[in-house]
Design a protein around this ligand. Structure first.
Ligand code: BGC
Length: 784
């Protein structure tokens, strides 16, 4: 397990001070570099040893059969899995006649630093070979945020005490052998050597490989160019074969002399472009990168990130670990979405092959909220990808006997990639989550073009889904029966409150947007009657409530179910899904992840209008002892509502859990890739939790309150063309409009006009005291 000491706690970097081979796979995820298009895991430059080699291109996947023991109507039959594409990171090293392999010899020093401001991964090591030759190796790696197709490595070798012959083999390798995949052998087969060779080339320092996936038919081209800085006599040669292209550089170095290789790697893929076109595309990308040169690439990277941090940084005083973690989180969230450009943002970003590289609702409800207020352009791109997948979502709705669009529970290419299972197939809330993200983005940016060309269609097709999925009973009440909400320990339930409230907002937003854009709405066949039906359904939607105990129900009948026997559940029986049958989880009161509690955050406006703070606190206190947090998506939501209800200490512990999910490998699966939703949730816990930030229509409301351990929290938000700074101390909050036109916000219920003539400071009222809710035994968050 990663311990607190694995990475030095520093404000702007994640530095590993010693190499621990047992933690290689985890550190490969933590040190992954990506721009949302290319993903390079933090594998060692020499390729081996490795935990999981990983080079990914967003959208490149292979198809595999989805097997069932017993088939059923409408069961998806084909799944998609992200594949490891051609690896351009490799620089193998031979020191005299021994391979530089850290499993052998003596590692004098090994340090890797992910620099969050420069956007590079640096490595410095000193190694003595088994034969006693000592060399220093330094490398700097980047995946360019400004040149989408480009990644680059600078690699330097220097002998320490005697003349040494050094050979560097810089390679492109396709179809790398991977550790044995777990799971279905048919899937494993699809992933063994997924790339069929089409072209290989090595001319001097230029290398190129073009391949094509067997079933999904995607063409992948990777090319590399090199620049050498070599003292004395150096020879080079290059060669290629179907799956390998290699430049070999040989030099004899005196102590203190340094051989430096700068390798630039260009990536491209397409389902349509021809092989010559793909080859030209990657060559052109190399030419553009050469025009910038290494220094140019590094400079552009720094400038891009300076700009990002100026808009997005979150400062935490009083807890250095959380300070580091939130910047690490923002960096990875940015990397996941920055240049995805009309592609999905997968649950693991491009940091590992976990969850088969699929995108889930994590994107719209966890990742996009952060990007909406920090890097809004990326949100529009991610939602345009959803819009582009509407044909598949319409087909799926039709197959299920529904209208509109049924977006997949998990996917890469837009078609349903989840085999039938109740918590996926019936998790229709993903439709409302997408709609919610489109409304959030439009309200926070005022981007009316997007509203017209993207949001409208998404809203209309999802509203149609809800209207056909739900029904009015004989009292006229609208019910949505047989669906699964966010909590996967309940399934196929009636009137899941989260789903109903999100669907309500979806239906109303669809009707509103059609009113604003009548011509476009007409083109989609929406008439007055249809939008009136949406409003009817929304306004009469059932929100189940248990009068006896005075709480909203997660779904109809939930509070009547038997409670899970927590007292008889041992600490090592979590996560419950690995130790108990789903049928039993489904029929008991036990919650995998925030559901009703999440609704109180995402549909806060409805709760504000229909109940008071005491009701919200009562709901929170009811669901806390039932929520086991077997999903990494839960802690951040609980942090937000704990802060809202004045449980600041508890909120702090939850925020820390979300923040350290990967840096401390809390769920022991960081090796498969980072938990991008939980990373995004770190921002959510701080900004929406302690900052109390909520959007209300096209304005913002704040109810800031800090936990005792924080002496200060400061963040910035992009909002409708403005940049707003919020600085919170224990007893006061300061709001400054850094640029843009005047804005009225709310601070703890009072309207505050910000007109750009300087900061406005307001006192923070003390929260109402309430007893701290209990958690299930063994599931209390770690107290910090
Ligand atoms: C959670 C889902 C989530 C998925 C991917 C599951 O464990 O229950 O809500 O979408 O992981 O992160």
């Amino acid at each position: 397990m990663i311990t607190n000491r694995t990475y030095a706690v520093e404000p702007w970097s994640v530095r590993e001070t010693a190499l621990n081979l047992d933690l290689l796979a985890q550190s490969e995820s933590v040190f992954a570099l990506s721009n949302g298009h290319i993903g390079w895991r933090g594998n060692l430059d020499e390729g081996e040893p490795h935990g999981l080699p990983g080079s990914y291109l967003n959208g490149v996947y292979e198809l595999h059969p989805l097997p069932y023991a017993e088939a059923g109507y409408g069961y998806p039959e084909s799944g998609q899995t992200i594949i490891n594409v051609t690896n351009g990171k490799l620089l193998r090293l031979l020191v005299d006649d021994e391979p530089f392999d850290l499993r052998y010899g003596r590692l004098v020093k090994h340090e890797r630093t992910l620099d969050l401001r420069r956007g590079v991964l640096e490595r410095a090591c000193e190694w003595t070979s088994p034969a006693g030759k000592t060399v220093r190796v330094r490398s700097t790696r980047l995946v360019s945020l400004t040149q989408r197709a480009i990644a680059a490595v600078q690699y330097e070798v220097e002998p320490v005490d005697s003349r040494t012959r050094v050979v560097i083999q810089s390679e492109l390798v396709a179809n790398e052998s991977l550790p044995d995949p777990k799971g279905d052998p048919r899937t494993a087969k699809a992933l063994q050597s997924p790339l069929e060779p089409e072209e290989h080339l090595a001319i001097g320092p230029r290398l190129r490989l073009v391949h094509r996936t067997r079933r999904s038919g995607l063409r992948v081209a990777v090319a590399a160019d090199h620049e050498l800085d070599a003292p004395g006599e150096t020879t080079t040669s290059s060669e290629s074969d179907t799956d390998v292209a290699r430049l070999t550089i040989t030099s004899v170095l005196e102590p203190g002399q340094r051989l430096r290789v700068r390798k630039t790697v260009a990536h491209g893929w397409s389902s349509a472009r021809s092989r010559p076109a793909m080859s030209d595309q990657v060559e052109a990308a190399l030419a553009a990168a050469a025009h910038s040169g290494w220094d140019g690439l590094e400079g552009e990277q720094r400038a891009y990130l300076d700009d990002f941090w100026a808009r997005a940084d979150v400062e935490v005083h009083g807890d250095e670990e959380i300070q580091q973690a939130v910047r690490f989180a923002l960096f990875h969230v940015l990397q996941a979405g920055a240049r995805a450009e009309q592609r999905a943002i997968p649950a693991k970003g491009l940091t590992g092959s976990g969850y088969d590289g699929h995108v889930f609702w994590d994107t719209e409800m966890f990742v996009l909220p952060v990007l909406t207020y920090t890097e809004p352009r990326a949100v529009a791109e991610a939602l345009r990808w959803r819009r582009d997948t509407l044909p598949a979502a319409r087909d799926r709705a039709a197959q299920l006997g529904l209208r509109g669009a049924a977006f997949p529970w998990r996917t890469i290419d837009g078609s349903e990639g989840s085999a039938y299972w109740p918590a996926g197939t019936a998790a229709f809330h993903v439709a409302a989550d997408i709609a919610h993200a489109a409304v959030r983005y439009t309200a926070a940016t005022g981007d009316t073009d997007f509203e017209r060309d993207t949001a409208l269609e998404l809203l209309v097709e999802t509203a149609r889904l809800w209207r056909s999925l739900g029904h009015h009973d004989h009292h006229g009440v609208f019910h949505i029966d047989g669906v699964t909400g966010p909590d996967e320990y309940s399934a196929i339930t009636d009137d899941n409150t989260y789903t109903n409230l999100m669907a309500r907002a979806n239906l109303l937003a669809a009707a509103d947007v059609c009113e604003r854009h009548p011509d476009e709405a007409n083109r989609l066949g929406v008439d007055d009657e249809e939008s009136a039906n949406w409003r009817d359904a929304a306004e009469s939607v059932n929100i189940p409530y248990n009068d006896e105990i005075g709480v909203h129900e997660q779904h109809s009948g939930f509070t009547r179910h038997q409670r899970w026997d927590f007292a008889a559940t041992a600490a090592d029986q979590y996560p419950l899904l690995l130790h108990f049958p789903y049928f039993d989880l489904y029929r008991k009161q036990v919650i995998k992840q925030s559901d009703l509690v999440l609704a109180m955050y995402t549909c806060g406006n409805w709760f504000d209008a229909h109940c008071d703070e005491d009701q919200i606190a009562r709901n929170f206190a009811y669901y806390e002892p039932l929520t086991v947090r077997d999903s990494s998506l839960s802690a951040c939501c609980q942090a937000v509502v704990a802060a809202q209800t004045g449980h600041l200490r508890l909120a702090y512990d939850y925020a820390a859990e979300a923040a350290l999910m990967d840096l401390a490998d809390l769920e022991h699966n960081t090796r498969d890739g980072l938990h991008i939703a939980s990373l995004a949730g770190t921002w959510m816990a701080l900004v929406a939790g302690f900052g109390g930030t909520r959007r209300f229509g096209d304005s913002l409301r704040f109810t800031p309150r800090l936990p005792e351990k924080f002496s200060r929290l400061a963040f910035r938000l992009q909002f409708r063309g403005r940049c707003l700074s919020v600085e919170i101390d224990a007893d006061k909050a300061t709001y400054t409009l850094l640029n843009g036109s005047p804005l009225t916000i709310h601070h703890h219920g009072s309207a505050v006009a910000l007109n750009g003539d300087g900061p406005v400071t307001l006192a923070i009222p003390a929260p109402k005291w309430r007893p701290t809710p209990e958690q299930p035994p063994h599931r209390r968050p770690n107290a910090r």
